[in-house]
Design a binder for this molecule. Structure first.
Ligand SMILES: C[S@@+](CC[C@H](N)C(=O)[O-])C[C@H]1O[C@@H](n2cnc3c(N)ncnc32)[C@H](O)[C@@H]1O
Length: 410
């Protein structure tokens, strides 16, 4: 029974909540299918003498009931739906014959033709379930499903909601710069925004994809007159929100890592405007990672500390305790530190850190312009000058810098 133009399968959405579903066989197929059955609220009984570790875990947490034995005639009593997926063709055939007799819709992993139901490739986005059947070409089903889900997610597939959506304000962490490194939620909100207020850092390429009606405001260019620039940004957020527009404040990395995200959230709260905060991948971890540097590594560094290098250690406004940092054995990650790295290295050495401690500067990490410059605390000031390292860069200090993916140390 292969789907063709004459005899396509009849698509339907089963509402399985509280209804008995029997899964026969506890291998990889069950492992893949069970989460969706559990999510649908089905009352699942697994019949199988063995199961994969993940399936076993589902039984342990009570998400499914597991009968540790082979299939027996009568197992499908009262079942609404059955998935037959053992490695024993004879057991599969017997179970499928029982399903036929008891008029239970039956999916078979080993024989699509003998099955009375097929599992589509499915995806869920924004309350829409996408289910694709292409007869006997599961890869094509998955590819079509991915294209639809991706299109809905990034807004390239226009599917306007007919129920009007309340306007929202969201502080979205855009990740370190590579447009693929924003979260799924961040990207979706971006696709739904009327106004986007964006920083210089972060995934600026995503802004090009926005539909023409979206107003994109460069945060650095908001005029601030007698105010502080941050106050002007807060005011712009509040003003657009009050006009009933959906506003995304797109920030580099994570909004709450040296991102002033909380100041914006507080300003909105004071104005009585609720906002959603969408975490982002912070450059403090991802930029070293993109340059092959793990911020922790077993037996080498069991801690990492992220500090701002914006204010020099000898500046009375500095809130960073460089003397304590010099004593740490773990990894030190410095953001906004390129201009002050000479003074920072001096301070760390003056407080007892070995001048030969390795470090790396990773400029414009995760973008096409990414580059890495290696040095030590003793040589960094000179290396930054010689190599003309410029912000934005993440500076990583500590022995992890010498680790390489092939297991050899640099
Ligand atoms: C104001 S902080 C914002 C950090 C951001 N909220 C985060 O979580 O990544 C800006 C600093 O982050 C670092 N940074 C952000 N993106 C970077 C990138 N793609 N490459 C290198 N450094 C980056 C630089 O140290 C830069 O000076």
């Amino acid at each position: 029974m292969v789907e063709n133009a004459e005899q396509p399968a009849y698509p339907v959405g089963l509402r399985l909540s509280g209804r008995r579903v029997v899964v026969i066989g506890g291998g990889q197929v069950a492992q893949r299918r069970l989460p969706a059955l559990i999510a649908a609220g089905a009352d699942v009984t697994l019949v199988s003498p063995s199961a994969t570790a993940s399936v076993e875990a589902m039984a342990e947490t009570g998400e499914i009931r597991w009968e540790r034995r082979r299939y027996e005639e009568g197992d499908l009593a009262d079942a609404w739906y059955v998935l037959v997926a053992t490695t024993d063709p004879e057991a599969n055939a017997r179970a499928s014959a029982e399903a036929e007799r008891t008029r239970t819709w039956c999916v078979r992993s080993d024989d699509a033709e003998a099955a009375t139901a097929w599992t589509p490739a499915t995806g869920r986005i924004e309350g829409v379930t996408v289910a694709v059947l292409t007869g006997n070409d599961p890869r094509r089903s998955a590819a079509v499903r991915d294209a639809i889900v991706e299109g809905l997610r990034d807004g390239t597939l226009a599917a306007p909601q007919h129920r009007s959506r309340a306007p929202f304000v969201a502080l979205v962490g855009g990740g370190p710069g590579d447009p693929d490194l924003i979260t799924v939620r961040g990207r979706r909100l971006l696709a739904e925004a009327d106004v986007v207020i964006a920083d210089r850092l972060g995934p600026r390429d995503l802004l090009d994809e926005l539909p023409p009606h979206v107003e994109v405001i460069d945060a650095a260019k908001i005029p601030y007159g007698r105010y502080m620039a941050q106050e002007a940004i807060n005011d712009a957020l509040i003003e657009h929100a009050r006009r009933g527009r959906s506003v995304v404040r797109l920030k580099g990395g994570d909004p709450f890592v040296f991102g002033r995200g909380m100041e914006e959230a507080q300003a909105l709260a004071e104005a009585g405007i609720p906002c959603t905060v969408v975490p982002g991948i912070s450059s403090s971890i991802s930029v070293p990672g993109a340059a092959g540097i793990p911020v922790t590594h077993r037996g080498v560094a069991h801690e990492f500390t992220v500090v701002s290098g914006h204010v020099a250690p000898d500046d009375p406004r500095s809130l960073v305790d460089w003397a304590s940092l010099a004593k740490l054995r773990g990894t030190l990650v410095i953001l906004m530190g390129v201009d002050k790295i000479g003074k920072i290295a001096e301070a760390l050495v003056a407080h007892g850190k070995d001048p030969a401690t390795p470090l790396a500067l990773v400029q414009e990490g995760t973008t096409a312009a990414q580059r890495r410059v290696d040095a030590t605390l003793a040589t960094v000031a000179e290396r930054v000058r010689a190599e003309d390292v410029r912000p934005p860069a993440v500076i990583v200090i500590g022995p992890v810098v010498r680790e390489a993916p092939d297991g050899h140390r640099r």
